[in-house]
Design a protein around this ligand. Structure first.
Ligand SMILES: [Zn+2]
Ligand SMILES: [Zn+2]
Length: 307
């Protein structure tokens, strides 16, 4: 199961109600900050999640409403004793801008107080760890090197505790070995194999995160069957031409993607001040009923859904 907290849900400029784009995705003890618009560090504080373990930052693209908050955040982290290393993942063009912001404006020749690792996103898996995989895929927006992120809980075989008890498998290392696929020999000499105590393979949850996007058609394949999709909805249909001109989607286009790809839940963000939230929700729900317009500090769980 994944959890997402929306920290900022406004497009281009903040509004009284919405901060600039940023969200935190969590999976067990892993946390990822996706985008970091201006003011994100205050949103982090207000949300109550705190800065701990918030050391992996994924950037969808290099527009200012998605990266300016990195300067303030890094400045705070520099004085924050518990954070000694940070990873920022971004496409090449975005990273040039982030590099200028951090090294040209924040540091200006000073040695950083923490280890800053700038990692250029390549297509495919970025992080694989146990039953978790994070990968990047290309997104069309304005400018080169825009990416979306796929979070996957890999298929796993559940441990059948009752079966283990009836076979006399003690708690502790023996169970860990069985879960990791190794047979174990019990004290009385009997051998227990993983097949004796593990259930059938269960698929995990899959969650797709897309930032700004001007072409939903190219995302149908990657979104196909996802349990959750976060994507922008900057415009409404009556301004579809403007949306196309600036490389953005309308609420109906985002909802049509969710419908065509048969996703579980749709969360819309990057909301423009030019419309009322109700208009965006209604336009999306007319196409895809499980559409939600995210608000700042909303928290949602994304689980494997039976569809
Ligand atoms: Zn934006
Ligand atoms: Zn943008």
């Amino acid at each position: 199961m994944f959890e997402i907290i929306f920290l900022g849900t406004s497009a281009s400029a903040p509004s009284v109600y919405r901060g600039l784009t940023s969200q935190v995705v969590s999976y067990n003890d892993k946390r990822f900050l996706i985008d970091c618009g201006e003011g994100s560090q205050r949103q982090i504080l207000k949300s109550g999640i705190g800065f701990r373990r918030l050391t992996k930052i994924l950037i969808t693209h290099g527009h200012l409403d998605h990266i300016l908050g990195l300067a303030g955040l890094l400045s705070t982290f520099s004085r924050w004793e518990t954070v000694d290393q940070i990873e920022i993942w971004a496409g090449e063009w975005a990273m040039e801008r982030i590099h200028d912001l951090l090294y040209g404006v924040v540091l200006r020749g000073a040695k950083p107080a923490l280890d800053i690792q700038l990692k250029i996103i390549e297509l495919g898996p970025l992080i694989e760890d146990g039953d978790f995989r994070l990968s990047a895929f290309p997104v069309k927006h304005r400018g080169p090197g825009c990416f979306g992120f796929q979070f996957e809980e890999l298929p796993r075989r559940p441990f059948r505790v009752e079966q283990a008890l009836s076979l006399g498998v003690p708690e502790g290392p023996a169970r860990r070995d069985l879960v990791s696929g190794k047979s174990v020999t019990l004290e009385d000499g009997r051998v227990v194999t993983p097949d004796d105590v593990l259930g059938d393979l269960l698929p995990g949850a899959r969650f797709i995160h897309v930032g700004d996007c001007g072409d939903a058609d190219s995302l149908v394949d990657i979104c196909q069957g996802a349990d959750g999709l976060v994507i922008e909805a900057t415009y409404l249909e009556h301004e579809r031409d403007l949306a196309a001109k600036f490389g953005h989607l309308t609420a109906a286009q985002a909802a049509m993607l969710a419908k065509r790809a048969n996703v579980g839940q749709l969360f819309l963000t990057h909301i423009s001040r030019r419309y009322r939230e109700k208009e965006i929700r209604e336009e999306a729900q007319a196409v895809f009923p499980d559409s939600t317009v995210a608000r700042d500090f909303d928290k949602y769980e994304i689980r494997k859904l039976d569809k």
